[in-house]
Design a protein around this ligand. Structure first.
Ligand code: ZN
Length: 113
């Protein structure tokens, strides 16, 4: 299952960052999901919650997903959101953005003592 690997990566990244910053608790994680990544955000959230449940550091953290629109570019100079056919020349445009899954923010609670 595609989503499981992604949820696991997000979980592992979050956990690593939390430990590096000596966090007591992770509050919120924000992830950008490219429109073309073929990922179902709800399913990623569900799987992330399942993984987080097993870990005291991440348990209860909210996973927020932000869908990133596609950006494509063609050799003819076209730039826009067409995914498969360039509207100017008919060639296959290159996807510049829209396929990636990136953790952009992790909110943690740190014990100051
Ligand atoms: Zn073109």
């Amino acid at each position: 299952m595609h989503e499981f690997g992604i949820a696991y990566d997000i979980f592992a990244t979050t956990r690593r960052a939390a430990m590096e910053h000596r966090a007591q608790q992770v509050k919120k994680v924000t992830v950008e999901i490219g429109e073309m990544s073929m990922v179902n955000p709800e399913q990623v959230i569900f799987l992330f919650d399942t993984l987080a449940e097993e870990d005291p550091l991440v348990r209860g953290a909210t996973l927020e997903t932000v869908v990133v629109a596609t950006l494509s570019r063609c050799t003819c100079g076209y730039e826009g959101d067409e995914k498969f056919v360039c509207p100017l020349c008919g060639a296959l445009p290159e996807l510049v953005r829209g396929r990636e899954i990136t953790v952009i923010n992790i909110e943690i609670e740190v014990d100051e003592e």
